[in-house]
Design a protein around this ligand. Structure first.
Ligand SMILES: CC(=O)SCCNC(=O)CCNC(=O)[C@H](O)C(C)(C)COP(=O)(O)OP(=O)(O)OC[C@H]1O[C@@H](n2cnc3c(N)ncnc32)[C@H](O)[C@@H]1OP(=O)(O)O
Ligand SMILES: O=CC(=O)O
Ligand SMILES: [Mg+2]
Length: 780
């Protein structure tokens, strides 16, 4: 008998909702939208691209249209040989669909970009005239923003999203983000559903600074054992005893017994329902499974091996359910500037969905092959079989509406709207799961999950929703199969969050405060109001606190609790685990079901915060607090008295910090094609840098330049000095091209400089255009 409660459907089981109704694209001629046909065979353009000529009925109206797409050969080969064959589609169908999506949504996206620019121009003019609105005088500013259609009427949405996995709706826990372009990391991320708590505590600064000594340090091991005992006593208390005193865990009559010297019969869990199962012989189990707040913790028992020899009850590891969901990122943590780059990310997503992805690499002098983890099987207390997923639920982050890719061009040579390609690939890959063609089922509830970044307001959310609907129609998927995670990371979305949620009410599975992009957008939006405060001070600014609170308020009022995630942002200091343990517990306490972590180890440690806090109970309480006033989000983070209160030394330090982090990140993005890096700051603390943190640093420099806190000569001089430091920090890196040698011809140096110098004009302060242009030059 199988235990129904906490069991994921294994491969082959029946999903809760029907699979897609038919073979998408497989009924050429019977269904207009899904029947683009090849008109002539693929031809080659001068630059080796494949010209794919297709004919079909337009998604827009019912006209018969013919078109060419010029497709990068690596991308064309990936689609033809890897993406479409197993689901019975043809490349012509695929490219015809992409072409039609671009034809339908490309102009609409362009209009929305023009609207962004128009609003920014008007806001700039207002700030030039009126300066910065402070806490006491936001009313006039709000009235102006309302007049120009930036601030929209408040709505009261209620979400009605269905067919959502438990990982999203019911299990609060960490969300890991991983660049799709590194299969080794991506596999690690998917498998990070379970992580060794012993390793996370032993191998990081969580309990004590790492010593760097080789081999096992028994004193450090003792610290870990004591800490895990403390955590067990806190979250899984025994009645009348302590886990520190346990000499053996065993199972008797479906209950966990902890033998302790002081009690002849042993002790039991104060809440017996926390015992979720075991593996092996009940009298001497190999593993004991506990559950609290929906998260499982396995105590792996092996008194003869490793730490088990030192542990008082023979426990060799404590394996904690960690990354409940993971975002496979095609956006800000990758450097993808052409077809071959995009293929690497797409292949990862497809391989994770099917379970076929592998990565072989050398580690510790050995060849290691990493594969997708299997499910974990236990015996439930009632004797039934309990199967728990061994993998995080994967979500995929597509690019935003502002991105175009020349990996695919129209007949006129125009790069297509990149998100059309992203969503088409994401969806066809997901189809493998719905058709049960993979090793495991990822999406048994019948939905898959796309994270949409950098949307500005409800019209842009509506574009995503319509795009997803068009893809569902093309693939013959049931409506609302494609769910959306809304990144609340642009000011116009935060201010109009209710309306954004309303436009996606049947699809939305999260709102997430991407505070990094959001900070970049804050700076760019108030650019003309005056010099902005330093980036670390943004974290305690009125706008940011109000934005974090209001996001939770709005989501809970819209009925997210138990249906969708209220998410919070990234911990950007991958090696700072003690600091993370101290700080990141505030996110679940603030009502977040999930928050972002940069690594599997951080996921395991952050999971402890969800053992500590019952998020669903917190949400039930927070639902009734007064809605945070949205005008508070309008208080501009501008230095009083135009920066006079910062000393020369403080200004110099802040400029150096920003320049050094920009150079340290860009040198890897442009020079080496690495989209996310740990960049040591001036004090040598490694910080996770991605395109969003770059947006903040470059916008702050551009803003200070504009308002005269620094001049261009000072800025250039700082770049030159920091280049030497960055070269030192990267000395010995394979493929590293030093910056200081010949900065005038170094594409990374030039890109880094341009980001600050052109930051005022760059739409919304994004960094993608500069990075892509220089990376393409560097590659050429
Ligand atoms: C604003 C935003 O959009 S934030 C979202 C974008 N940011 C991210 O996606 C952050 C993702 N994280 C990362 O890319 C990396 O963790 C970095 C760049 C921060 C650090 O990378 P590194 O310095 O190489 O990591 P480090 O050396 O500490 O660890 C490497 C090990 O950890 C694993 N690892 C590190 N980060 C991750 C991750 N995010 N997912 C899975 N595994 C990871 C690697 O697989 C590797 O283990 P292995 O040798 O067994 O394969
Ligand atoms: O995407 C996340 C962010 O903080 O930006
Ligand atoms: Mg972001």
């Amino acid at each position: 008998m199988r235990h129904a409660d906490h069991r994921r459907r294994p491969a082959g089981a029946v999903a809760q909702r029907p699979h897609p109704r038919s073979v998408p694209g497989g009924r050429a001629g019977t269904r207009a939208l899904t029947s683009p046909r090849l008109e002539t065979g693929p031809q080659e353009a001068n630059d080796g691209r494949q010209i794919i000529r297709w004919k079909g009925l337009s998604l827009v109206g019912n006209q018969s249209v013919t078109g060419d797409l010029q497709v990068d050969p690596a991308l064309a080969a990936f689609v033809a040989e890897e993406l479409v064959p197993r689901v019975g589609l043809t490349p012509e169908w695929f490219w015809g669909t992409v072409a039609q999506l671009h034809a339908q949504f490309g102009p609409r996206a362009a209009d929305l970009m023009a609207r962004r620019d128009e609003l920014q121009e008007r806001i700039d003019a207002w700030h030039r005239e009126n300066g910065a609105p402070g806490e006491d005088d936001v009313e006039a500013y709000a009235a102006f923003l309302t007049e120009i259609g930036y601030l929209l009427p408040l709505e009261e949405p209620t979400i009605s999203v269905s067919n959502v996995e438990r990982e999203i709706a019911e299990i609060p826990g960490p969300q890991l983000v991983v660049p799709s372009t590194v299969p080794r990391y991506a596999l690690n991320a998917l498998n990070a559903r379970w992580g060794s708590l012993f390793d996370a505590l032993y191998g990081t600064d969580a309990l004590a600074d790492p010593t760097g000594t080789r081999g096992y340090d028994a004193d450090r091991g003792a610290l870990v054992i004591a800490e895990v005992d403390r955590l067990l006593d806190e979250h899984f208390p025994l009645s009348g005893s302590s886990h520190t005193a346990v000499t053996r865990y065993r199972v008797q009559d479906g209950a966990l017994i902890a033998d302790v010297d002081s009690a002849a019969d042993g002790s039991t869990l104060a809440d017996p329902a926390q015992f979720a199962g075991y593996r092996g012989d009940p009298g001497s189990p190999d593993a004991v499974l506990l559950r609290h707040h929906g998260l499982h913790l396995e105590l792996t028992v092996d008194p003869g091996k490793g730490v088990g020899q030192q542990h008082h009850a023979g426990v060799a590891d404590a394996v904690l359910e960690s990354a409940i969901t993971t975002i496979i990122d095609l956006e800000d943590s990758v450097s993808t500037v052409d077809g071959p780059d995009k293929v690497v990310g797409y292949r990862t997503w497809l391989g994770l969905v099917t379970g076929d992805l592998t990565a072989t690499f050398r580690k510790g002098g050995k060849d290691v092959t990493r594969t997708v983890a299997d499910d974990r099987v236990y015996t439930a207390p009632d004797g039934s079989e309990l199967v728990l997923s061994g993998r995080a639920l994967p979500l995929v982050r597509n690019v935003g509406h502002h991105m175009r890719t020349d990996a695919v061009r129209t007949a006129d040579g125009e790069p297509i709207l990149e998100e059309c390609l992203d969503i088409a690939v994401s969806a066809v890959a997901a189809l493998h799961d719905f058709r049960d063609l993979g090793k495991h089922r990822n999406f048994p509830a019948g939905s898959f999950y796309v994270v949409k970044p950098k949307m500005h307001g409800p019209d842009e959310v509506a574009l995503s929703v319509d795009l997803f609907a068009a893809v569902e129609e093309a693939l013959d998927l049931p409506p609302n199969t494609i769910k959306i995670g809304i990144m609340d990371e642009e000011r116009r979305t935060s201010l109009n969050l209710e309306a954004c949620i309303a436009r996606a009410s049947e699809r939305v599975i999260f709102v997430n405060t991407g505070f990094l992009d959001r900070t970049g957008d804050e700076i760019h939006t108030v650019f003309e109001a005056g010099p902005v405060i330093r980036k670390d001070d943004e974290k305690s600014a009125t706008w940011l606190k109000s934005y974090e609170d209001r996001n939770v308020d709005v989501a809970l009022r819209a009925g997210f609790s138990g249906r969708a995630q209220v998410g919070k942002g990234m911990w950007a200091q991958p090696a700072g685990m003690r600091a993370m343990l101290a700080a990141k517990g505030s996110q679940p306490k603030a009502g977040a079901n999930t928050a972002w972590v940069p690594s599997p180890t951080a996921a395991t440690l952050h999971a402890l915060h969800y053992l500590e806090t019952d998020v669903l109970a917190v949400q039930a309480e927070l639902k009734n607090r007064p809605l945070t006033d949205r005008n508070k989000l309008l208080v501009a983070p501008i230095l009083p008295r135009r920066g006079e209160e910062l000393t020369e030394e403080q200004i110099r330090h802040e400029v150096e910090t920003n320049v050094q982090s920009i150079l340290g990140y860009v040198v890897r993005w442009v020079g080496m094609g690495i989209g996310c890096s740990t960049v040591p700051d001036l004090e040598g603390v490694g910080l996770m840098e991605d395109r969003a943190t770059l947006r903040i640093s470059s916008q702050e420099l551009a803003n200070w330049l504009r308002h005269g806190l620094i001049d261009e000569a000072q800025l250039r001089e700082t770049y030159a000095r920091m280049a030497v430091l960055v070269d030192e920090q990267n000395a010995g890196e394979a493929g590293y091209q030093p910056l200081a040698q010949d900065p005038d011809t170094n594409p990374s140096y030039q890109a880094a400089l341009e980001l600050a110098l052109a930051g005022r004009e760059e739409p919304n302060g994004y960094t993608e255009r500069v990075l892509t242009t220089w990376r393409q030059k560097a590659k050429a």
